[in-house]
Ligand binder design. Structure first.
Ligand SMILES: Cc1cc2nc3c(=O)[nH]c(=O)nc-3n(C[C@H](O)[C@H](O)[C@H](O)COP(=O)(O)O)c2cc1C
Ligand code: SF4
Ligand code: SF4
Length: 405
């Protein structure tokens, strides 16, 4: 297959994304310069930073932590946009760019749901290519509820996990605008697939997962009242993102695809930062991915290299379009009662082993002993679990399948 025959575009409703990569809503999608830079580097789309109308009830300058060792990003404090700011941003960005698709990410927090429709319409009139409903942010009313604060608000993750109220909002918005409506959903509440389903039935063109979970950040046990954030007094529940969250994010996409079937357009997100993590999202069911944390850490200019890698990968694998490998892992993920395991045991290569002793201490292992400091594995007692292979820093242990005698 030649390079030209590889097509990485995807179709979302009547919109064509030239590739499956969209800058996820967040701090790298709030200025014309950022959007222009994203376009220059080949991003298919950009989801603007959240706009809240009326004025956001939680709105502070950003305080972030990137825990490099854990590959975990975490934040609470964050600045949202007012409608006037984001409408101006959208209009200016449309003039400054020619092909990048722009999706405002919105929350209406007024008295009645009609306001959602009116807000969406203002963005449609200002030139939005699609509207993204923020049914995902766990850092607003959901955070307040989780920390025991009383609130009458229901925005972001609170509304997005309410299967009765969510479709009412989606219906109002889809009736108010002609452009595609994307519903960005939360995994909090464990109902992401059902929430995606009711959103599509209410008229949404596409659904997606935010991946963010609320967590408690690493706490210094010697100063337990101190905040891990710089320039911030208290410890708060934090919104987790980045590579650390990948396995959970893959599950979110998988659950949506499994529940919704083949047709609906799904955007995945959560720790996508390279070819491997992008392809994994597609393989469990995503048509496109939002990428946020990696753009915060590295900007936009690494995408052309990844697109090149993706085309080469597809060529080598014999895939001519994204749909050729979308869902393939999804189909192969077995239910727990279908599992088939092979009988086997671990063996050690004493030429590689330096008797460091790490595998000697594995708490559940009945097979490893070390007479005279020589690592010895009793194949008859071995459970075949393979923990020792992962523990050994010298790659001295491997698994052998037991053949029937
Ligand atoms: C600092 C920060 C701010 C974010 N703000 C928004 C937002 O305003 N609206 C939204 O829908 N998602 C928001 N997100 C979620 C991201 O768009 C993305 O879905 C999520 O972080 C998982 O992807 P990632 O690991 O690539 O960041 C934000 C994420 C981060 C880290
Ligand atoms: S595979 Fe499991 S049981 Fe067997 S030697 Fe290794 S750690 Fe022990
Ligand atoms: S962990 Fe590896 S190197 Fe260390 S004792 Fe075990 S087999 Fe040898």
């Amino acid at each position: 297959m030649d390079r030209e025959s590889v097509d990485i575009s995807v179709k979302m409703g009547n919109l064509k994304l030239k590739n499956p990569f969209v800058v996820g809503s967040g701090p790298t999608a709030r200025s014309v310069d950022q959007i222009r830079e994203a376009e220059d580097n080949g991003w298919a789309g950009v989801s603007l930073k959240l706009t809240i109308d009326p004025f956001p009830y939680l709105n502070l300058p950003p305080r972030y932590r990137w825990l490099r060792r854990e590959k975990l990003h975490i934040f609470t404090a964050e600045k949202r946009l007012r409608p006037e700011e984001s409408l101006k941003l959208l209009e200016e960005a449309r003039k400054a760019t020619s092909e990048i698709l722009i999706f405002p990410n919105i929350t209406y927090d007024g008295e009645d749901y009609e306001g959602w429709g009116k807000l969406a319409k203002r963005f449609e009139d200002a030139g939005a290519h699609a509207i993204e409903l923020n049914m995902c942010c766990p850092n607003m009313s959901f955070n307040l509820q989780a920390t025991g604060e009383s609130t009458t608000k229901a925005t972001g993750a609170s509304l997005g996990s309410d299967l009765e109220e969510l479709p009412k909002v989606v219906k109002i918005v889809t009736e108010a605008v002609k452009i595609p409506v994307i519903v960005k959903l939360t995994p909090e509440g464990n109902k992401i697939a059902q929430a995606a389903d009711v959103s599509l039935k209410a008229g949404a063109t596409a659904v997606g997962g935010v991946a963010n979970r609320l967590g408690i950040p690493d706490i210094d046990i010697w100063q337990p009242m101190g905040s891990v954030y710089r320039l911030q007094d208290q410890i708060t529940l934090g919104c987790l993102s980045g590579p650390w969250i990948r396995p959970l994010a893959l599950r979110d996409t998988y659950e949506m695809r499994y529940y919704l079937g083949k047709e609906p357009f799904i955007l995945g997100s959560g720790g996508v930062s390279d070819l491997q993590s992008a392809v994994q999202q597609i393989m469990v069911g995503a048509d496109a991915v939002w990428i946020c944390t990696e753009t915060m850490l590295r900007g936009f200019d690494w995408l052309p290299g990844m697109i090149e890698d993706l085309k080469n990968y597809m060529k080598q694998m014999g895939y001519s379009k994204i749909r050729d490998f979308r869902d393939i892992l999804h189909r192969n993920i077995a239910a727990a009662d279908e599992l088939k395991v092979h009988d086997g045991y671990a063996v050690v290569d004493l030429n590689k082993c330096n008797a460091c002793g790490l595998c000697w201490n594995i708490g559940h292992c009945p097979a490893i002993t070390h007479p005279n400091d020589v690592t010895t594995i009793d194949a008859e007692k071995c459970l075949g679990c393979s923990t020792c292979v992962d523990v050994c820093p010298r790659k001295a242990i491997s698994m052998v399948e037991r053949v029937a005698r």
